[in-house]
Design a protein around this ligand. Structure first.
Ligand SMILES: Cc1cc2nc3c(=O)[nH]c(=O)nc-3n(C[C@H](O)[C@H](O)[C@H](O)COP(=O)(O)OP(=O)(O)OC[C@H]3O[C@@H](n4cnc5c(N)ncnc54)[C@H](O)[C@@H]3O)c2cc1C
Ligand code: SF4
Length: 559
């Protein structure tokens, strides 16, 4: 096999892969990136200013564009043509994938909250799941560097659920909207705090990325680079070093080893020709997203690793966690008929409700171990084609009602921590292959009492907040009815978890697999737990820290 003329092969160009490539190329390493999706340029392709009237069906979601016509996702969504996955008996799991340069960062919500020491040591506290193999203090400076590079707006609050960033790291947040202030006031009466949401949105320019000027929804992507996506930031910055080469339409099938079990090559399908290509590799970083990376490992069988690569612990594919999701919304009488003005802001919530229950949990007052937060859905928004079910009648009367109710609905979306359980995992379905001939993933899923009790608490709390605001909510759904399906919150992590021992984890604290020292995982697969805070900031922070460590190991000749 020919000698590689690059130091590291990185698989995937989303949050983890692009941060790994950025960090390695800046450290002088030559990187070859393999991306299964097509090339994508948000500067040319983002429909920043198009209105719903310009879209088919006024922009409504369709099977191939489930989040609406203008959503940035290319060749993906809940289904990827020709790339199925299966689910086990009695399991429901939904898997959102994007097949494009930049992956899901082109349209993610950009909510970017740090994990805390409390989050990293859940097992030591309550005996559920696993601890992370390091302390928060170890990661804090890397969070600072990531937040400054990516551009995160928000404020330090001093709340125990929200560790502070170093001074000057966060950009100023946009001011709260009127309905958000009303939610905050109602929550305060109940002893519940609220705070500016931290989002990877620039409110001040950085280099050639402009500040947000409140255009259309960030899910479309952001051609001015204000909303963080790797295609307008990390990837061009890595390319500018002269050390990054990218091959798109390259669907990695396996990572290959020699007789000693050392990684020597990556095999991918060139989607344009259909040919299988084997490339030599000195070191490999898998960052294809948590379940895709686990799939590559499980499909990389050899005589040394008959159960899949890096799987001597048997933990590859186990411990998958999503965030819990549930929501409650209501019309608020005080907001009805208020004068209409533009309160778009950066389109997502400017305030949110962080978890306030650590003390109650420590005192044994709650029947679930881990916390949640509420994201607020408020404000005058692009009305789109949706009409509220409360509308009655027709003609001028109906228009009056619609105007009266416009901007008066307030929603609270719960996002909570899931405890890993033995019924929630993925494996390879040996009976089904995708159109490239690669065996697909089979998901198994079950929420436990932990999540159902947490959602029940969240629904009661949301009701308390909304009724304190004057809403009328006659009844609540059961938690079983209210909880979103596994995978639907799109925070699936944990499938190649890191730990302190090769017995019960797949990688060490640097994402280096215990079984192969030149194979790393740098996506959410390495999460040892899945705190309620949206996962991507921590994926990027770990990728930055761990790629720096990898660069150091290459410098020392240890790899
Ligand atoms: C609508 C939406 C809203 C979200 N909102 C938030 C939020 O507010 N906050 C938050 O923290 N997270 C959010 N997320 C989740 C966030 O997008 C993901 O956590 C993040 O993108 C994961 O990064 P990643 O690098 O692991 O994977 P991805 O971003 O999915 O990138 C993986 C890349 O690898 C490529 N790939 C996959 N398989 C292969 C293969 N075999 N060979 C080569 N390449 C491959 C894919 O094509 C893709 O480009 C949201 C996601 C969605 C869809
Ligand atoms: S709201 Fe701001 S950050 Fe989001 S896409 Fe529009 S300009 Fe970009």
């Amino acid at each position: 096999m020919i000698e590689p003329n690059y130091d590291v092969v990185v698989v995937g160009s989303g949050a983890g892969g692009a941060m790994a490539a950025y960090t390695l190329t800046r450290a002088g390493k030559k990187v070859l990136m393999l991306e299964a999706g097509r090339d994508y340029d948000p500067v040319k392709e983002t429909p920043m200013f198009n209105t719903a009237r310009e879209a088919p069906l006024l922009g409504r979601g369709t099977p191939d564009k489930p989040f609406g016509f203008f959503d940035a996702t290319v060749d993906g969504g809940w289904e990827v043509p020709g790339e199925p996955y299966t689910t086990g008996k009695d399991s429901e799991f939904r898997w959102w994938r994007a097949r494009m340069l930049g992956g899901r960062t082109n349209h993610w919500g950009r909510y970017s909250l740090r994990f805390s020491e409390h989050d990293f040591k859940g097992y030591s506290r309550d005996g559920f799941g696993a601890d992370w193999p390091f302390e928060y203090a170890e990661l804090a400076p890397w969070y600072d560097r990531t937040e400054a590079l990516v551009g995160v707006c928000g404020t330090n609050t001093g709340l125990d659920d929200m560790p502070d960033s170093a001074p000057g790291v966060l950009q100023p947040p946009p001011k709260p909207r009127v309905p958000e202030l009303l939610v905050a006031a109602a929550a305060r009466k109940l002893g519940i705090p609220s705070a500016p949401m931290h989002r990877a949105i620039l409110t001040r320019p950085i280099d050639n990325r402009a500040a947000c000027f409140y255009a259309t929804s960030c899910k479309r992507g952001c051609s001015i680079g204000a909303a963080f996506q790797t295609t307008t930031s990390l990837l061009p910055m890595a390319r500018a070093t002269g050390n990054l080469e990218t091959i798109t339409d390259a669907m990695v099938r396996s990572v290959d080893v020699d007789d000693q079990g050392t990684v020597t090559a990556v095999t991918y399908i060139d989607k344009k020709s259909g040919n299988s290509v084997s490339l030599p590799a000195r070191a490999v970083v898998l960052a294809a997203s948590a379940c895709e990376s686990a799939r590559v490992l499980l499909n990389s069988k050899s005589s040394q690793f008959p159960d899949g690569l890096a799987n001597s612990s048997g933990q590859v594919g186990r411990n998958i966690m999503d965030s819990t999701g549930a929501g409650l919304s209501a019309y608020i009488p005080a907001l009805r008929g208020r004068p209409v003005y533009n309160e778009d802001g950066h389109t997502a919530n400017h305030l949110f409700i962080p978890w306030w229950g650590h003390e109650a949990q420590a005192n044994g007052e709650l029947d679930f171990a881990r916390g949640y937060h509420f994201e607020m859905g408020t404000g005058f928004r692009d009305p789109g084609t949706w009409s509220p079910p409360s509308l009655d009648g027709y003609g001028p009367d109906m228009k009056r009602q619609a105007k009266q109710d416009y901007g008066a609905r307030v929603g609270l979306a719960l996002r909570g921590e899931m405890v890993p359980n033995e019924n929630s995992y993925m494996e390879i379905d040996e009976n089904v292959q995708d159109k490239w001939g690669i065996p697909v993933v089979k998901f198994h899923w079950k929420w436990s009492e932990q999540e159902l009790n947490q959602v029940a608490h969240g629904l009661r709390t949301a009701k308390d907040i909304l009724t304190t605001m004057g809403a009328s909510i006659p009844s609540l759904p059961s938690p079983e009815e209210a909880i979103r399906k596994g995978g639907e919150v799109i925070h699936e992590v944990g499938s190649t978890r890191m730990g302190a021992s090769p017995e019960d984890s797949v990688t060490n604290q640097y994402g280096q697999t215990w079984d192969c020292n030149n194979l790393f995982v740098m996506d959410g697969g390495v999460f040892a737990s899945n705190p309620h805070k949206n996962c991507t900031l921590t994926i990027m922070t770990l990728a930055m820290r761990n790629a720096s460590w990898l660069a150091g190991q290459l410098d020392k000749g240890a790899i």
